[in-house]
Design a binder for this molecule. Structure first.
Ligand code: HEC
Ligand code: HEC
Length: 213
């Protein structure tokens, strides 16, 4: 009984395979004849690299190194405590983000961060709007690859519902400008504000392509 069924299988498989093969050959033959044509093969050349994407990714390099500089990243931390200094260490005394990004209880950002910079080394930088992004929309830069950050910046669910126009306007936001007026003893972002703004707009207007990594 067992022997019989094994033999049966052995015979059945090649037969089935042969049927499938002959059907396949038939399809290929019919298909090839449909395309038989005496005209010379037309040469089609096209570039797979889109010029916009190259320009966009190049501009994002400048954007990325600015966003990841301490003057920007210190307010865009991965956790709920802001960062300080050029080494981006956790903020002394650990003020917390809070729901609105403005601190909690007695540790409100505005208790120490006044409307303008306070003169002297290690004094709090000032701005009337000084705070972190809110808990529901943390806009984290710290630890993000260029690829991840590029995707995140244009995602309305992660960028505070900003379209391209609003994103462009954000280049002149008070807290962005504060990066170039950081108070005594702090280094500036790697490029000027004008250079950052130009790269930001170029990146956004040429399709906001994300680098591969
Ligand atoms: C004092 C803290 C603070 C500093 C410093 C700061 N930011 Fe922000 N940033 C915020 C807050 C708060 C928001 C959210 C505000 C909003 O949505 O309007 C934000 C939002 C953003 C956004 C929009 C978010 C997105 O995903 O598109 C960008 C872009 C941005 N910041 C860039 C910068 C750059 C560039 C610098 C440095 C030159 C900088 N920020 C410095 C607090 C800061
Ligand atoms: C108890 C006072 C105090 C509170 C409250 C406070 N800060 Fe600060 N903050 C400072 C001081 C002082 C410095 C400067 C430290 C230094 O330069 O060594 C500073 C520096 C910073 C920096 C670094 C700026 C830079 O360019 O590197 C950021 C960012 C910051 N604070 C964000 C916040 C945020 C956001 C809050 C509220 C959630 C907050 N701080 C609450 C006192 C405070």
């Amino acid at each position: 009984m067992k022997q019989k069924s094994e033999n049966g299988m052995k015979l059945f498989v090649p037969k089935k395979a042969a049927t499938v093969l002959s059907i396949f050959i038939f399809i290929v033959a019919v298909g090839a004849s449909a395309f038989r044509n005496d005209a010379p093969v037309k040469q089609i050349t096209f570039s797979t690299i889109n010029r916009d994407s190259v320009e966009s990714v190049q501009a994002f390099e400048i954007v990325y190194k600015t966003l990841m500089s301490p003057r920007c990243m210190n307010c865009h931390p991965a956790g709920d405590v802001p960062l300080q200094g050029d080494d981006s260490h956790l903020h002394a005394m650990g003020p917390k983000r809070g729901l609105d990004g403005k601190g909690v209880y007695a540790m409100k950002c505005s208790n120490c961060h006044q409307e303008t910079n306070i003169a002297g080394l290690h004094m709090p930088p000032g701005n009337p709007e000084w705070h972190l992004p809110p808990a529901a929309m943390k806009m984290v830069f710290q630890g993000k690859s260029a690829h991840e950050l590029a995707k995140q910046l244009v995602d309305k669910k992660q960028n505070g519902n900003k379209d391209i126009k609003k994103l462009i306007e954000h280049a002149d936001d008070g807290l962005v400008l504060a990066g170039w007026d950081p108070g005594e003893g702090r280094t500036l972002p790697p490029v000027t504000h004008a250079e950052f703004k130009k790269a930001w707009i170029t990146w956004l207007q040429s399709g906001a392509y994300a680098p591969k990594k």
